[in-house]
Design a protein around this ligand. Structure first.
Ligand code: FAD
Length: 357
């Protein structure tokens, strides 16, 4: 279909070659003159992430970049074992996979003009461009977020097992409910084992896990994940800079899951690159539910939960998860829920805590 108006070709700098930057350089370079900047040298570039995603949802983004997502899958989940307070529950999965995110992003960027080993510090470094996209995750080029910013500290190892302790996805909710530990299988005995905890117990939880299950730890990475949603991550723009992805809060707060939200956000930027006010409006609208999820989660993380105050939010969150099971890659089993209202809400909240990554 022919576009109804002509798009002026822009000179665009994309700073950060993570998932947002890699997707956008692939897509935008079809119309615009785009250069990518990445702080890591090409040889040592790394994706700090557990590499878990929902197969059915990510596939269309792969296709948009002329890739086949199936080629990158490392492990297809069937069941996730969730441990809460020493009790273990098996949850069936619906499309949750681990994938080779490193190769996936590398293939998205293939053939593009990218300056690796370029640590961009501010807008002045890139003054010859019409538009600068902050895809740094950290929002290096945008002003600091006004108000309270919730970020959860995380650490993760790549681990090799001769005899893996689990054959599928495993999650352990940490004491104090401030976070969780994850074990994501990557195939051939490899896995990502990591933890994030607002109470800073993640390193101890990891140590306890390795004391119990051993494994050869290859390398450690870590950075905090932003949990506050786009409405609370404004401004999105400053001068010639516009933000995308985790830089502006495109992370599902309940799961700390950022790959698909970041791709959705990048797609909105691609569509509205010539009208950035519209882009801002669309992002806020698209991620509206994340505000509900955040309002639900934040008091829980602070340990200030009141069931009655939370009844409406609990049901809103539960209903969202229920109607979007394949989006998040797991199946919810309604027969595990009671029908008496308070017990229902209590169980709903426990489930939400259980599935928080
Ligand atoms: C330990 C951990 C595990 C996670 N696991 C999952 C998971 O399993 N599934 C999921 O969906 N989400 C997961 N997430 C969240 C997800 O990885 C992020 O939300 C998502 O990758 C954000 O994408 P992005 O492109 O916005 O930023 P990023 O992926 O963070 O990419 C930003 C890029 O910008 C570069 N950069 C930063 N500053 C500069 C600079 N000044 N100049 C040049 N380059 C710069 C960085 O090197 C990086 O390559 C995890 C996060 C962490 C920390």
């Amino acid at each position: 279909m022919a576009p109804n108006r002509s798009i002026r070709s822009l000179r665009i700098a994309i700073v950060g070659m993570g998932v947002a930057g890699s997707y956008l350089i692939n897509r935008l370079s079809r119309v615009h003159d785009v250069t990518g900047f990445e702080r890591y040298p090409r040889r040592t570039f790394q994706c700090v992430c557990a590499w878990g995603t929902s197969k059915s949802y990510i596939s269309r983004f792969a296709e948009a970049c002329d890739l086949n997502f199936e080629d990158y899958i490392l492990h297809e989940g069937e069941n996730m074992l969730v441990s809460v307070g020493g009790v273990e529950v098996e949850n069936p999965l619906d499309g949750l996979v681990s994938f080779d995110k490193h190769s996936f992003l590398e293939d998205m960027r293939r053939g593009q003009e990218i300056r690796y080993n370029s640590w961009v510090k501010n807008e002045e470094d890139l003054k010859n461009y019409d538009l600068i996209i902050d895809a740094t995750g950290l929002r290096v080029l945008l002003p600091k977020i006004e108000g309270y910013e919730l970020r959860i500290p995380c650490a993760q190892y790549r681990v090799k097992y001769r005899d893996p302790p689990f054959d599928d996805f495993y999650i352990q909710v940490l004491d104090g409910m401030g976070g969780y530990l994850w074990y994501f299988p990557l195939g051939e005995g490899w896995s990502h084992v990591g933890a994030g905890d607002l109470n800073h117990g993640h390193n101890q939880a990891l140590q306890d896990f390795f004391d119990r299950y051993g494994g050869k730890r290859e390398k450690i990475v870590g950075r905090p994940v932003r949990l506050c949603p786009p409405r609370y991550c404004q401004p999105f723009r400053s001068g010639k800079v516009v933000g995308v992805g985790e830089s502006i809060g495109a992370v599902f707060p309940l799961l700390g899951e950022g790959i698909i939200p970041t791709l959705e956000c990048a797609e909105l930027l691609e569509k509205h690159i010539d009208d950035l006010d519209e882009y801002r409006r669309r992002v806020i609208k698209h991620f509206e539910f994340y505000e509900t999820a955040y309002k639900f989660l934040e008091p829980i993380l602070r340990g200030e939960v009141s069931l009655l105050e939370h009844a409406e939010l609990s049901l809103a969150v539960l209903s969202h998860l229920w109607t979007n099971q394949s989006r998040y890659g797991f199946k919810m089993q309604i027969n595990r829920l009671g029908i008496e209202p308070i017990s229902f809400i209590q169980q709903a909240m426990t489930m939400v805590r259980m599935i928080r990554i």
